[in-house]
Design a protein around this ligand. Structure first.
Ligand SMILES: Cc1cc2nc3c(=O)[nH]c(=O)nc-3n(C[C@H](O)[C@H](O)[C@H](O)COP(=O)(O)OP(=O)(O)OC[C@H]3O[C@@H](n4cnc5c(N)ncnc54)[C@H](O)[C@@H]3O)c2cc1C
Length: 324
């Protein structure tokens, strides 16, 4: 099994990435049957000296690029790896590692899996485990197309300190200037809304596909904010990218137990309903009198959700639901 560890030395936590991959290799790869190389990308000249101390394999390729950008890393990797026949590429955990793992697999016509907790691999296939449906299920995947590009789940193995190697074989590359024509000249991280746990809000408002677009979803969220309610969405809304995935209610997301739940424009599919069935009181607003949720709610309003919500929320105060 020929494997490569890809470390992004342009980020601040280079050592943590190296130790994480070292832990992963020693836990899951057979040292007798594995032949590993570490490729470290870096941009500052003065960082070069410390890099050999961060190599968990017998060989290293140190690659200087202008700065961290997925395209620079992928293009440089393509040049280094053009004639190589690696079976397995290991990328660090976290967003940057996952993104490159998936994109590299696509370029190489291989297969990828991210947030992996366990692997069992041979040259021809990888059996990997990862959690799915917001950690409710431990799923097993079989990957058949080489190269296999994996990124571990954060914390799935203990970090293992790197031991210094006297006979480390180092190859150097300088790809500064490679991506001169790159379109993104400046970038910054946009903080995403952080996942919140809202299993026990007093008051929950959930929007479904009946809201019809992102603007209406935001409109309903603003209404929820205004009355101090937590806001959740159905999977149809999440998959349309009208709202963030971590607000998903149902078996694949949060199982909520609010005192009052208003479900607006939601049909009430079983996978969704499991996320609100523990509510003490459910109000459904739907234009379809035959929608499944109608039978499973305490109060139903057959009408357009916008008109109804505006009227209904007059009965609620800012710090939660009234007894209305
Ligand atoms: C393995 C698996 C896991 C799943 N996990 C989840 C999960 O965790 N959560 C989840 O939500 N889904 C989950 N699903 C998907 C689920 O089966 C449904 O497809 C999904 O819940 C449908 O979302 P929805 O009710 O918003 O959309 P739809 O089913 O399309 O319903 C939209 C509703 O809005 C109504 N409507 C339309 N216009 C208006 C209006 N103006 N005013 C009021 N009402 C209106 C319609 O009458 C309709 O009833 C899962 C599916 C699978 C297979």
């Amino acid at each position: 099994m020929k494997f490569k560890c890809i470390i992004n030395g342009c980020l601040s936590h280079t050592r943590a990435q190296a130790e994480e991959l070292n832990g992963f290799i020693s836990r899951f790869l057979d040292p007798e049957a594995s032949d590993g190389t570490t490729i470290i990308f870096y941009s500052q000249k003065d960082e070069r000296k410390a890099l050999p101390g961060l190599v968990p394999t017998q060989r290293a390729e140190l690659v200087r690029i202008d700065r961290y950008h997925p395209e620079s890393i992928l293009d440089a990797l393509a040049r280094i790896e053009y004639s190589d026949d690696a079976d397995l590429y290991l990328f660090p955990s976290g967003f940057a590692g996952s993104e490159i793992a998936v994109r590299w697999a696509f370029r190489q016509k291989g297969s990828s899996l991210v947030q992996v907790k366990h692997i069992d691999c041979t040259r021809d296939r990888v059996i990997a485990k990862k959690t799915a449906y917001v950690d409710h299920v431990l799923a097993t995947f079989r990957l058949d197309r080489r190269p296999f590009c994996l990124s571990p789940a954060r914390g799935c193995v203990d970090r293992l300190p790197i031991r210094a190697r006297d006979n480390l074989v180092v190859t150097e590359h300088d790809f500064t200037g490679l991506n001169k024509g790159i379109r993104a000249h400046d970038f910054h991280w946009i903080p995403v809304e952080h996942a919140k746990h809202f299993e026990n809000p007093r008051f929950l408002i959930v929007g479904g596909r009946g809201l019809q677009n992102k603007e209406n979803v935001q409109f309903l969220k603003n209404m929820a904010d205004a009355v101090g309610a937590e806001f959740g969405i159905s999977r149809a809304v999440a998959l349309n990218a009208w709202g963030p995935m971590h607000r998903l209610i149902g078996v694949s997301g949060t199982i909520a137990k609010p005192e009052i739940c208003i479900a607006a424009g939601v049909s009430g599919a079983a996978a969704f309903y499991a996320g609100i069935e523990k509510s003490k009181f459910i109000i459904a607003i739907n234009t379809d009198p035959l929608a499944r949720i109608i039978k499973s709610s305490d109060v139903v309003v057959i009408d357009d959700y916008k008109t109804v919500m505006a009227e209904l929320l007059k009965f609620f105060t800012f710090d939660g639901a009234n007894e209305a």
